[in-house]
Design a protein around this ligand. Structure first.
Ligand code: DGL
Length: 269
């Protein structure tokens, strides 16, 4: 068996991709990770397709400059809008979040009624609805864009006592109650930080963390391409952002469930 101890590159527009970093670090403890958060340009979700493609290309080029062996697009917006273009430009294995989260939703739903929340760009792209219907043509998909959620999470407004966040979530989510969904895809990697409040607004609905869902396809892709790290390789995470490293370090700890062990480096990409 061949091994490859180079790092995996993971990126998002900001903090959200840390939900993937946490899941990858737990599931694949021998893997080194280089994370890039494009904090100077967050949020991506209200930009045009052309702009998102341009940003995502920059993000991947930055990670390639760190000699990564595979890329995880830990951003539903980037995955929904720019994936095919990136697969044409770059030869490196690329794993996204939309396919795995859609698959999980189809596996988990009992009544075939699936809700999807995401940024404006993700919802308008219809990416989730398309992939869910590839797995199950009869599934009913109800999609709602929630553009205010990324700024709230980037601001650290994730406490269950935060009245503004709860009110915004209620406005977005209560419409799902009358649709009778039993599964909700958190189709933005920032949203799992709000799962506590979401679960209270939609009791009994299964929540799918799109950041976490990518882990199994990453594991498979590494194995298929002889890219898994050797058992003696020690995993670690290096963090890079394009702006405000101090704020990223402060809020990043909440995502990871512990303080960031490595410092966060600010770079100009
Ligand atoms: N975490 C990104 C996503 O999954 C947020 C996108 C944004 O920056 O608006 O879509």
């Amino acid at each position: 068996m061949k091994y490859d101890d180079r790092p995996i590159g993971i990126f998002d527009s900001g903090l959200g991709g840390l939900t993937s970093v946490k899941a990858v670090a737990e599931a694949l403890p021998n893997e080194k990770i280089v994370y890039f958060g494009d904090t100077a340009r967050v949020p991506y979700g209200d930009r045009s397709k052309e702009t998102i493609i341009e940003y995502v290309k920059d993000d991947i080029e930055f990670l390639l400059s760190h000699n990564v062996k595979a890329i995880v697009i830990a951003c539903n917006t980037a995955d929904s809008l720019a994936r095919p273009e990136m697969e044409q430009i770059f030869r490196i294995p690329i794993v996204g979040v939309v396919g795995p989260a859609a698959k999980k939703a189809v596996q988990l739903t009992k009544n075939g009624k699936i809700g999807v929340i995401g940024t404006n760009a993700t919802i308008q792209s219809n990416a989730y609805s398309k992939v869910i219907h590839e797995y199950d043509a009869s599934a009913e998909v109800f999609s709602v864009a929630c553009p205010l959620l990324v700024p709230l999470v980037e601001e650290g407004r994730i406490s269950k006592d935060d009245k503004v966040t709860r009110r915004v979530l209620k406005e977005y989510l209560l419409q799902f109650t009358e649709k009778g969904i039993d599964t909700l895809v958190l189709g933005c990697t920032h949203y799992p930080l709000l799962s506590g409040i979401i679960a209270e607004i939609l009791p009994g609905v299964k929540l799918i963390n799109s950041g976490e869902a990518a882990v199994e396809s990453l594991r498979r892709k590494l194995n298929e391409n002889d890219l898994s790290a050797s058992p003696e390789n020690r995993g670690c995470v290096k963090y890079y952002v394009s702006d405000n490293a101090a704020s990223f370090a402060r809020h990043g700890g909440i995502f990871m469930g512990h303080e960031l062990t490595e410092s966060v480096t600010e770079v100009n990409i």
